[in-house]
Design a protein around this ligand. Structure first.
Ligand code: GDP
Ligand code: IMO
Ligand code: MG
Length: 433
């Protein structure tokens, strides 16, 4: 039995979906453990593109089991749409192949309305730029002990009571605070009744299933969403998402014991992107930023928004290594840097009179941070066809080595294009034991 956790090291969209799809080859179970359909994970296999928001990125392999853990929040309509789309493309997903935790919370219509109302109500400088998918309000209800869990939808009486109680409070906010129309009970309840029947065969205790799998010696891959700087505790608060995105949550968010985790792979994009508001110390607002955005196709996989771009940030990378316990880095989108005369990596920030080597806690401090860079010579070759590390241009190899020096962690995978095949797996986490 070997387990590996895949996490994002930056502000999301590092290419986690691609890496999870690739490593699924050697896994038996693939488990999402946090976030919801704010995530957009892209896979390209044989030139065909797939985007998953809730279903784990291992779903294209028919002999594997995908699981949605208790830490994920689920919009049932989105999940059913993903299941339907898979069926249409000839990949029907049975109850044995896709497991949904009975402990996972449900995103309902009122969470989405509230997310949008709160965002609209923020002044321009305070807007977070949420995905509008109801993520924050749903996690608030979970922690407030008034959420609805997947298991609850199998008990109609309980579901009715919970919706009624929640709506009373939410409608008070909608009408009195936000000047919106109230939602009716049926608007929330009726669609759920249609969805229950289709989702019921998938609902199980995921923790028990994973424990059995472990005892049977199966390999388990945990798939993180978002990235370290979007973590609710460790990220650039309040410009973060509402869950813990770090590797520790792979355990909490699936009911799996921490002593059984073997490795943590941090996915790191060769430069930095951020979608939504909040500080981005290495942001490039010049033509280099535009080049990275265009060449990297940096548009959000969930909302289609343009992603802000900047140089690679060693402060961010080291933060990610520390808070996740990263044992190997998967470097993605190295191909996008081809053609840059010089490539820069921030190593620390000058922050007013101090020099800082980890991300400051307060946004005002991050905004004052001046990154200090090292310059690495660029390379001009198209590297998207390279399949062996030794065949990369010398300067590209040098760039990889500098990342290892700055983070103190080995690069175990290099990705040079969106396709599954455009990857160099230097060390497979499932070979290690
Ligand atoms: P995720 O949220 O971390 O799974 O990442 P996204 O799917 O949101 O964004 C990553 C984007 O980069 C997707 O469009 C991928 O197809 C693409 N991608 C992944 N790896 C590479 C790579 O090595 N090179 C290039 N050019 N594109 C990549
Ligand atoms: P993946 O898994 C990039 C960002 C949003 C916003 C902030 C809060 O594809 O890497 P939320 O809707 O979660 O309350 O929004 O977090 N965000 C992401 N950015 N990739 C993601 O997921 C993201 N999920 C949320 O843009 O700034
Ligand atoms: Mg994404």
């Amino acid at each position: 039995m070997t387990t590996a956790v895949i996490v994002g090291t930056q502000w999301g969209d590092e290419g986690k979906g691609k890496i999870v799809d690739l490593l699924t080859r050697d896994a038996d179970f693939i488990v999402r453990f946090q976030g919801g359909n704010n995530a957009g994970h892209t896979l390209v296999v044989d030139g065909r593109k797939y985007i998953f928001h809730l279903i784990p990125s291992g779903i294209l392999y028919e002999d594997k089991v995908c699981a949605i853990g208790n830490g994920v929040i689920i919009d049932p309509a989105v999940l059913l749409e993903e299941i339907d789309r898979l069926r249409e493309m000839g990949r029907p997903v049975s109850g044995d192949q896709l497991l949904i935790s009975e402990h996972a919370h449900l995103i309902t219509a009122y969470h989405k309305v509230l997310d949008q109302a709160q965002e609209d109500g923020r002044s321009p400088k305070d807007k977070i730029g949420t995905t509008g998918r109801g993520i924050g309000p749903c996690y608030v209800d979970k922690v407030g002990r008034q959420g609805i869990r997947m298991g609850d939808i199998l008990d109609e009486g309980l579901l009715r009571d919970k919706i009624a109680a929640n709506l009373e409070e939410k409608n008070f906010l909608f009408t009195k605070k936000f000047g919106l129309s109230p939602l009716s009970f049926d608007e929330v309840f009726a669609p759920l009744m249609d969805q229950v029947e289709q989702l019921a065969p998938h609902i199980v205790n995921v923790s028990v299933v994973l424990d059995d799998a472990r005892k049977q010696g199966r390999n388990i891959l945990f798939e993180g969403a978002q990235g370290a700087q979007l973590d609710i505790d460790h990220g650039t608060y309040p410009y973060v998402t509402s869950s813990n995105t770090v590797a520790g949550n792979a355990c909490t968010g699936s009911g799996f014991g921490p002593a059984h985790i073997d490795s943590v792979i941090g996915v790191i994009k060769a430069y930095t992107t951020r979608v939504g508001a909040g500080p981005l110390p290495t942001e490039l607002t010049d033509e280099v930023g535009d080049q990275l955005q265009e060449k990297g196709g940096e548009f959000g996989a969930t909302t289609g928004r343009r992603r802000r771009c900047g140089w690679l940030d060693g402060v961010v990378a080291r933060d990610a290594v520390r808070i996740n316990g990263i044992t190997g880095l998967a470097l993605t989108k190295l191909d996008v840097l081809s053609g840059q005369k010089t490539v820069r990596i921030a190593t620390r920030y000058k922050c007013r009179d101090a020099v800082v080597t980890s991300m400051p806690a307060r946004v005002s401090e991050i905004e004052a941070a001046q990154p200090e860079y090292i310059d690495v010579p660029g390379w001009s070759e198209d590297i998207s066809g390279v399949r062996a590390f030794a065949d990369l241009p010398r300067a590209a190899r040098e760039y990889v080595r500098r990342i290892e020096e700055i983070t103190g962690v080995e690069v175990t995978l290099v990705s040079v294009g969106p396709d599954r095949a455009q990857t160099m797996l230097l060390k497979n986490p499932f070979d290690e034991k």
